[in-house]
Design a protein around this ligand. Structure first.
Ligand code: ASP
Length: 331
């Protein structure tokens, strides 16, 4: 069953269950919040975690040509999934402790539709499989072998995702087999991307090979809607990078979007998101988290635990790498 049909049917059921006054007050509220949207909104705009300038350049190209934010984020993050010199995303990502590259990704559109793949192997573009899950199935998350089988059915090709470089690093790692999270690995990591198109619609995508040498089967925050990524077209979007376990514990991206809904700027909301995590980790300094957010006006913000996280932004005004303040001042 096509997702649209499925949603339409379930939408009817849900609407039927709500009383008329509730529905009308909800739509009044929406109208009120739409009135708040300033006229001088920045659009189009695309942003991503870290300094992935080729990804934002691609995403910008799509937006400039009048493409949707959904196409822009998918095309943008695919650039990093395909780049084998980037050892934290897609093909060429570092493997788990059994030597297998397992990928996590998700995508979310302006209507709140979303798709996700977790623990996916042998497929170089998990974000596009996630989009297929969103558009071609009534489900949201497909995992492991089921996700891989679905990808082949959708025409994706089997590929060896381990490269010469990551194979060698893995052989080296096996000598100690020590699992530790590295802060600001290579000064980049998971790519989370948010975009607003010319129509003012927001979409987001997030894709990663996860923590290097993780326990086989581990899934991080990046493909979990609300944790590694969340978009609400009335409000804005948020995405995360860093130790996924901590982001999941606070449902970080959803939290940030909800804080923006209550009136916080993207910057303040990201700061509050990191502070919530630090409250639960009072004495810990051994992990990095970076949050990035955008609101409906195209204002952006970011915040992280340790210095080093930046985000890339592309608007009519230019293409820049934006430095981000941190909870701790020194690593
Ligand atoms: N958030 C990713 C994960 O936990 C990894 C990262 O961004 O470093 O899988």
């Amino acid at each position: 069953m096509k997702r649209r049909k499925f949603l339409k049917n379930s939408g009817l059921t849900a609407a039927g269950a709500l009383s008329a006054p509730i529905l009308s007050s909800y739509s009044n509220e929406m109208e009120e919040s739409n009135k708040d949207v300033k006229k001088a909104a920045v659009r189009p705009i695309t942003v991503c975690t870290w300094n992935f300038k080729n990804a934002t350049a691609k995403s910008w190209e799509v937006l400039q040509a009048g493409g949707s934010s959904l196409d822009a984020v998918e095309q943008g993050v695919r650039v990093e999934e395909a780049d084998v010199t980037n050892e934290t995303v897609g093909k060429g990502g570092r493997p788990d402790r059994d030597g297998n590259v397992t990928l996590d990704a998700c995508i979310m559109d302006k209507d709140g539709n979303c798709g996700s793949v977790v623990y996916l192997q042998n497929i170089a573009h998990p974000v596009s499989v996630a989009r297929k899950v969103m558009e071609e199935t009534p489900h949201i998350i497909l995992a492991g072998r089921g996700a891989e089988k679905f990808a082949y059915e959708q025409g994706f090709k089997k590929e060896d995702l381990l490269t010469e470089s990551t194979r060698k690093q893995y052989e080296e790692w096996k000598k100690t087999s020590k699992y530790e999270t590295t802060i600001n690995i290579e000064n980049h990591d998971t790519i989370g991307m948010l975009a607003i198109d010319k129509n003012g619609d927001i979409a987001g995508a997030c894709t990663t090979s996860g923590m290097a040498y993780k326990v086989a089967g581990r899934v991080g925050d990046s493909p979990i809607i609300g944790a590694g990524l969340f978009v609400d077209n009335e409000v804005g979007g948020a995405t995360a990078t860093g130790v996924g376990e901590e982001v999941i514990r606070t449902v970080g991206s959803f939290l940030i979007v909800e804080l923006m809904r209550q009136g916080m700027s993207p910057q303040k909301a990201c700061e509050e998101g990191v502070k919530r995590i630090m409250k639960k980790n009072k004495d810990r300094k051994d992990f990095q988290i970076g949050f990035l957010a955008i609101n409906k006006q195209g204002e952006t913000g970011g915040y992280c635990v340790h210095p080093g996280f930046t985000y890339r932004q592309y608007t009519e005004a230019g293409h820049e790498n934006v430095p981000v303040n941190s909870f701790y001042q020194k690593n």
